[in-house]
Design a protein around this ligand. Sequence first.
Ligand code: C2O
Ligand code: CU
Length: 473
Amino acid sequence: MRRRQFLATTVGALVGVGTSHRPVLAAGPSVSIAAGPTTAELVGAGLPKTQVWAYNQSVPGPVIRAQQGDELRVVFENGLAEPSTIHWHGLRVPVKQDGVSYLSQEPIAPGGRHLYTLPLADAGTFWYHPHVNSSEQVGRGLSGVLIVKEAPSIAARLGVDREIVWAIDDWRLDEAAQIAPFGNRHDASHGGRFGNVITINGRQDLGEPVRAGERVRLRLANLANAQFFNLRFQPLDPWLVAFDGHPVEPTRLGDGGVWLGPGQRADLVVDIDLEPGAYAEVIDISYGVDEARAIMGWTVSDMAPLRQTARPAPSTLPANPVPEPDLENAEKHSLVFEGGAMGGMTQANMNGRMLDMRALVEAGRFWSINGSVPADIRSSPPLLDLALGKSHIIRLENRTRWVHPIHLHGHSFLVSDPRLPDGSPKVVRDTVLMAPNEVTDIAFVADNPGQWMLHCHVLEHQGSGMMGTIRVG
Ligand code: C2O
Ligand code: CU
């Protein structure tokens, strides 16, 4: 582990909120995002650079910051050699702005431009990524964090001194530090494409400079294709204050830490109760405590503590304006997920034709939802038709041997999440983890008309059948 000498005040002054090592775009109604190839120093200075695909030449892309209630305009320019789009993960925007090729828009051809106009109803930590050839485009580096800030008087309730963003990602690199090829069928039928290098804000950097006694808001986002993280912060014990952008009653993480599946985000309030000059690791225990690995660390400056007294719990942030579903009278639906290695799926329907497993494998399809796999999203009928303005409960049933982070576009939903440290019965999410054989109900008001993606955020599962659409109208 490397320790760095740090002048916390200087760094703080230079970058204002956020010590992301990446450029931060000024808050404002309009930003430009260009996708294109570049190189990145993923494995460290002096070692070979990795050829990546990046937004604005940076992996991850720039942190976009805007204010709740703003209408954010993003001019997207596609400098890739293949079509692309940008999807705004977790933002409840009109379907035309959702960035899903064919459902929202034609994919943007190489050299093309597109304007997204995003009404920002909800505050929170969100992210953006392509929705075309997702496993490869995201896996080569196209992703970034989007922060919708609460009004300053509301944010002040957390009592934080400043904010830090950690965009967590993993990469599968070969010995020359280049990105390994995509399209691996083993990944698609098993747990997805795991990497062998973990980065935070695009670097393998084990030192986040902090000052003793300060309180930071830590915004975490898991941008990996398939990797889950279970982060433990001991000896610190942060407060979880929001998940997937949506506020929760502040709860200490405790020993269990926080689980982040691909696509999920968590906002923590961390009191740096460490001595000046100290170093403390942040570990990932997703493979168990015995296999813990350090993914980051706090490098505490030598400056005198900012304060000596313990801080009170942060107050709860106000909920986002997500309509409350009427659980009593909600319409009930069900989605059954099957397939994958060791899953025992024998057949599935692909655009009206029943295919046996061999034919499915030949077509690169390993997963089904309600017995069907989409051949392509334009011609496949929606999985469900939901009445606009009504409350709905969808029962998700995982009949596979794998964990799946299931993401719904255009809506945030209520779900019970046993993994939350406080065991909150109902929390608002846009992505929910479904353990093997688990049955999970999600509930929401279908208030956003359109045809919306619902898919696994293990991008190799998404690409091999674990996706479909839901029509609200
Ligand atoms: Cu984060 Cu359909 O995507
Ligand atoms: Cu999956």
